[in-house]
Design a protein around this ligand. Sequence first.
Ligand SMILES: C[S@@+](CC[C@H](N)C(=O)[O-])C[C@H]1O[C@@H](n2cnc3c(N)ncnc32)[C@H](O)[C@@H]1O
Length: 375
Amino acid sequence: MTVHAIRTPNPEEPLRTERELAAMAAELAGTKVALTVRPPASGVVEALRDQIRAGGDPLGEAFSRIRTPRERRDQGATYTPPAIVDNMLAWTARHKSPARVVDPGAGSGRFILAAGQRFPEAALVAVETDPLAILLLRANAEVRGLAGRLKIEETDYRDLSLPAIDGPTLFVGNPPYVRHHRIDADRKNWFANTAAKHGLRASKLAGLHIHFFLKSLELVQPGDYGAFITAAEWLDVNYGSVLREALANGLGGLEVHLLSPRAAPFPDALTSAAITCWEAGHHGSSLAIRTIEGPDQLDELRSRRSVPWSTLGRAQRWSTVIRPRGRREGGVIELGEICRVHRGQVTGNNGVWVAGRIRGGSAARGSLSRDHARS
Ligand SMILES: C[S@@+](CC[C@H](N)C(=O)[O-])C[C@H]1O[C@@H](n2cnc3c(N)ncnc32)[C@H](O)[C@@H]1O
């Protein structure tokens, strides 16, 4: 008797290289690309379609697996886990319904496509520079039946112009985290000039995520609103003051939810993150704030306390105001009270921080540099 093994299609099987991923995305998007790859096993394309229709992002997962964190660093491409996307969009829906949604740095479309389903009347604009990510986004939009409503702007977000519309625009997403060392002089000049136009003090040390906030300030009309998840360092560092000032003024800061590294917001980066919610032109007396210490607290972005803008205006660093002070034994002074504690250094000479037996070992260097991915 001959026994035939029945193979369940494994959607990941044909997605081992960027070429295979691009060919599959083109197939799902119904577009043509001139790539020669092995045809996938029968059933694989349908299995992927089913996953995407159910709200999954197998193409984005394959992208993050095929391109290492180091290779993705220049574009700041770290895709957002669904729980964060869902909770941020739940916040935006509670706030108001948008007539248009803009996702700056859309990647494979996790935010913009979930927003498309949550806000069925809204026009959708995705801004992205990476051609492969754009192909994944097209495939996901096509399979989820949202391609007809989606405009993909294949441009640097800082060059985007938006036509005026009736009704509020929602800006939502995860702006790329790229440090200033990788930002060219022209863009730094753009940043300084744009900040000056808004009466803000800018530092050329600001990273790309801060540029995205400033560009959003350029684009907004009163009543437009936004929710961005970014690295949280801007709460404390000098170059973050431009964003702190923007939130206190034209950008209209509403809430900041600070996710500690223990909340593990991003599986491939040990870092804290901040979800910043704002409404252009809003002038409240206080900013609502909250710290999230574990993944179980990443429920809807609800409970919070308020800190008056007058207190924040006097604070050198915001994280000390935001974090609730734990009880401390008498006579104990936290290190952070006398000096600023950083988790990463960008000297590249990390060996200097490693003492003892493991000094010089590649494992120690590897774990340090992984931490730098978003620190
Ligand atoms: C942190 S990822 C977020 C992707 C997606 N929004 C998500 O949350 O899963 C940032 C994205 O911004 C894109 N990007 C980087 N620089 C950009 C720029 N100057 N203008 C537009 N997009 C950019 C990257 O290619 C990447 O896809």
